[in-house]
Design a protein around this ligand. Structure first.
Ligand code: NA7
Length: 532
């Protein structure tokens, strides 16, 4: 104890989570340093600059609610904000709250070791710096380590290669070029229509067709914005009571897809389809619980594909036969219709995987698809990837990688036994990616802030998840997932997209109950945590 420290808190990452954490730590009168790998703020929104990148949560909700002046003064222009607009918002917040001076850019945290004799962490960076602190907060994001499959010959390709999650800052011109896009997740679904509008030819390599709902993006109606802003706090509070921490102003639907007539069901599906966006998933209350209800939604989606895609063979290939909503639903603008263009073709790589990359292109099923550019829209080592790339060592020399070798173990998704004073924001075991991330981030930051504040007031030096509480929590997260259909596909929620990653459902389903539980834990003097 009483070891010399360089700063009270080290925060890893300068995205939405890290920036609010920094502001909150300052509010406690403590010092903090943020370490960020990029050369500027923004996190996910700094890296994902691919054409068409947009948030799939409405902009009036996908923004901070913790400062009323900020939320009153900022003007979003569209229902779904583009990546550049979100990034300028993040830059605005950074300047407005003078956050930059405590952020070290272009520096990666490589290791963090807990010293039991002094109750401090020593954080190491790739700039050969060692920072000693009391608390470490991992604000590393859930989708920040890209997944780049190890295709044979990947480095032989003579053209340009891009990953959607590490897109160049300057505009990439695809005019007249032959482009192969690998993947059909959200990043591909957003970027393919834009690339196709420019390119000579686009060949999409699809392993699994996806469910995607039209965004129906539009300019925001100033009258509607005014109404929301008049009661912004109450409006956001309602969102915090909604399952996914957004859309709280919409009435909850408490009807099973099977409880009504075929005509009424179709009408409801059509209404939600016309409204667009992720709200489609809330059309009935049992789509993720009852396989038959789920199949009805899947049938409806397939009928839409057949309606939009003119070529029946192509329409068949684009029709998923997987559980609806098991992988995160996508939200698109003109994705399916893009396949009606003469310069877009689809290669099904579900049965015969991509064989290799050559200097000239991509080989699948014995055919070489020549390309000037390859776009890897192959996703992320989600939720745990970035955390496990840091060599984190807690009590007794225990490494977090070893502790998590069979899947992540946390209490409330916020802390880990044997790793005192180390916090995760939107960590595995919390609802995170199943929610509006900003709402989840705010809830976590505020909870961590209050805990650190309370420890400071009481003169306590460590807090650590209790082993039994952690084990029960992990069982609970698994049990909740087991009640749903979320375990029935190869999603990144389960780590199934990364070869060799343990297959465990990582996020907790159910934001409002989770928030109540966190509040109860705090009110009971941090039940399930060991404080010293
Ligand atoms: P996703 O959703 O993980 O999508 C990645 C896509 O890449 C998906 O279609 C994968 O097919 C495909 N993929 C991955 N590896 C391969 C290999 N080896 N061969 C062929 N195809 C492959 O990532 P996104 O960036 O689109 O979206 C991530 C999240 O960001 C999204 O959910 C939103 O929340 C925002 P698969 O489906 O695994 O068969």
């Amino acid at each position: 104890m009483n070891a010399q420290i360089d700063t009270d808190v080290v925060i890893v990452g300068a995205g939405f989570a890290g920036l609010y954490m920094l502001h909150s730590v300052r509010g406690l009168g403590l010092s903090a340093r943020v370490i960020e790998a990029a050369d500027d703020v923004g996190g996910t929104w700094y890296w994902n600059r691919y054409p068409g990148a947009r948030c799939d949560v409405p902009s009036m909700e996908y923004s901070y609610g913790w400062d009323d002046e900020l939320q009153q003064e900022w003007e979003w222009t569209e229902r779904y904000a583009t990546q550049p607009e979100i990034l300028s918002y993040v830059e605005h917040v950074t300047a407005r709250f003078d956050l930059r001076k405590d952020i070290t850019f272009e520096t990666r945290v490589t290791a963090s070791r807990f010293d039991e004799s002094t109750d401090t962490w020593t954080v190491k960076t790739d700039a050969d710096e060692q920072i000693r602190c009391r608390f470490v907060v991992l604000a590393t994001g859930c989708l920040s380590s890209t997944n780049l499959p190890e295709f044979d010959g990947r480095d032989d390709f003579a053209g340009r290669s891009f990953h959607t999650g590490q897109w160049p800052h300057e505009k990439v011109d695809f005019t007249d070029r032959r482009v192969v896009v690998i993947g059909t997740g959200s990043s591909a679904i957003q970027s393919i229509p834009q690339i196709a509008a420019e390119a000579g030819h686009v060949t999409v390599m699809q392993r699994t067709p996806n469910y995607t709902i039209p965004a129906r993006n539009q300019s925001l109606d100033p009258k509607e914005v005014k109404e929301i802003k008049a009661n912004y706090r109450t409006w956001r509070a309602k969102a915090r009571d909604a399952t996914a921490a957004f859309g709280g102003h919409r009435p909850r639907v408490d009807v099973s897809a099977k409880a009504i007539s075929d005509e009424e069901r179709l009408e409801r599906f059509e209404d939600r389809w016309a409204l667009g966006g992720l709200g489609f998933g809330g059309v009935f209350n049992d789509l993720m619980l009852d396989p038959e209800s789920n199949a009805l939604a899947a049938d409806f989606f397939r009928s839409k594909v057949a309606e939009i895609v003119e070529d029946p063979e192509l329409s068949e290939k684009l029709s998923p036969d997987t559980v609806f909503g098991c992988k995160r639903m996508c939200v698109d603008t003109d994705y399916l219709a893009t396949y009606n263009r003469p310069n877009v073709s689809l290669v099904d790589v579900s049965e015969t995987p991509i064989e290799r990359i050559t200097a000239a292109g991509v080989v699948a099923d014995g055919v070489e698809y020549e390309a000037d550019d390859i776009v890897y829209a192959t996703g992320f080592d989600a939720m745990t990837g970035t955390i496990e790339r840091i060599d984190i060592v807690g009590r007794g020399g225990l490494s977090l990688r070893d502790k998590w070798s069979a899947g992540p173990l946390t209490y409330l998704g916020l802390g880990v036994e044997s790793f005192p004073n180390l916090f995760l924001i939107t960590g595995p075991g919390s609802p995170s990616v199943l929610t509006n991330m900003i709402a989840s981030i705010e809830q976590h930051v505020e909870w961590i802030r209050d805990l650190i504040g309370s420890m400071t007031d009481q003169g306590l030096s460590t807090v650590e998840a209790d082993g039994e509480s952690e084990a029960k929590w992990v069982d609970y997260v698994n049990a909740v997932a087991g009640l749903t259909l979320f375990n029935n596909c190869s999603s990144w929620y389960l780590g199934a997209n990364v070869p060799g990653k343990p297959r465990v459902f990582m996020p907790l389903i159910g934001f409002p109950d989770y928030k109540v539980k966190c509040d109860e834990v705090a009110a009971a003097g941090y039940d399930g945590w060991v404080l010293n």
